[in-house]
Design a protein around this ligand. Structure first.
Ligand code: ADP
Ligand code: MG
Length: 304
């Protein structure tokens, strides 16, 4: 852990977000009327104070490929924002750069006013910015319950350290009890409590997606990045997941969602960012994006 960082003055952005709906957060799909002239990204639209996440000029090269090539956008706090683009557009790499999976070659990531560029994934999770990860092989051999019990510690080195420090065992035991309660609440939220004792490796594709989301929530995020969370999920379960996502958003969570299904994005997201060939092609409300010529061109010949 680096010790030169300020302590958690932004911690209020996490915590009780689920319990306290923001009365002023009524989404207004028309609030961006008047900005319909151009499809290019216009970062100045959003008051920086309202942005949870700000990405500036991010860049990543793999060999000769500019996977992410000067990407800038902001995500407004409390919104469900979509990130779309044809295969290979750089969406997943952008997520990797935001969440410390890869170090960017250039650019900056600011989360709730704090520069988190170059932070490790666990440090970024401690700030409240969390992405879902596929259930790793080791976790397949553990039960759903164990997966959730381990989730917060798996992402936070500090908590693990506390657990092994002598003299803290009493507190750890208390935390263990609270953790167990939260685990069961989360299992019930996703209606997978009946699978608590099942091995993660035995879950169906859709159930796995629920577990991935549940694990991410155990870290108590204020913002979640979801990379194709509905891949391989049947329509019924997809609806259920979307309901959960909307509930959590109404409770104050911010979402950035990568999804292939354009209709789903248009129906559910308040704002949409479109990437193409490592760059942001357009950013705006769904209606504007849907009719944007550059976006339509980018998707021509794509199987969407
Ligand atoms: P998307 O998620 O939009 O489909 P990606 O971010 O996965 O796009 O990929 C963007 C580009 O970067 C693609 O050309 C892909 O092949 C390349 N790429 C992604 N990850 C790596 C990697 N680890 N090594 C080399 N090339 C990569
Ligand atoms: Mg991808």
């Amino acid at each position: 852990m680096s010790d030169d960082r300020p302590t958690a003055e932004t911690a209020d952005a996490t915590g009780a977000t689920v319990a306290e709906p923001d009365a002023s957060a009524e989404p207004d799909p028309d609030h961006d009327d008047g900005a319909t002239t151009t499809g290019t990204a216009d970062r100045d639209e959003l008051d920086p104070a309202d942005a949870s996440l700000v990405v500036e000029d991010l860049a990543k090269r793999f060999g000769g490929i500019d996977a992410v090539d000067g990407v800038s956008f902001s995500v407004e706090r409390g919104t469900l924002t979509g990130l779309i683009g044809p295969n290979g557009a750089g969406k997943s790499t952008t997520f990797d750069l935001i969440t410390g999976v890869h170090d960017p070659d250039g650019g900056r990531v600011t989360f709730e006013g704090r520069d988190v560029t170059g932070y490790r994934t666990a440090e970024i999770a401690d700030e409240g910015l969390v992405r879902t990860f596929q259930i790793a092989r080791e976790l397949e051999e553990m039960t759903v319950l164990e997966n959730l019990m381990l989730a917060p510690r798996g992402q936070s080195g500090e908590k693990l350290l506390n657990a092994v420090t002598p003299g803290l065992r009493g507190r750890v035991r208390e935390e263990e009890r609270e953790l167990r309660e939260r685990v069961w609440e989360t299992l019930e939220l996703f209606e997978i409590d009946h699978l608590a004792e099942e091995y993660a490796g035995n879950l169906s594709g859709g159930q796995r997606k629920l577990l991935e989301l549940a694990r991410a929530l155990m870290v108590d995020p204020s913002m979640l990045l979801l990379d194709e969370p509905f891949a391989g999920v049947n329509p019924t379960l997809e609806e259920k997941l979307l309901d959960r996502i909307h509930e959590l958003r109404e409770g104050g969570l911010t979402f950035l969602l990568v999804e292939h299904d354009m209709n789903l994005i248009m129906e559910h997201c308040e704002r949409v960012i479109v990437m193409h060939q490592g760059q942001v092609l357009a950013e705006g409300p769904p209606a504007e994006i849907r009719s944007n010529e550059r976006v339509i061109d980018a998707y021509l010949g794509e199987d969407v």
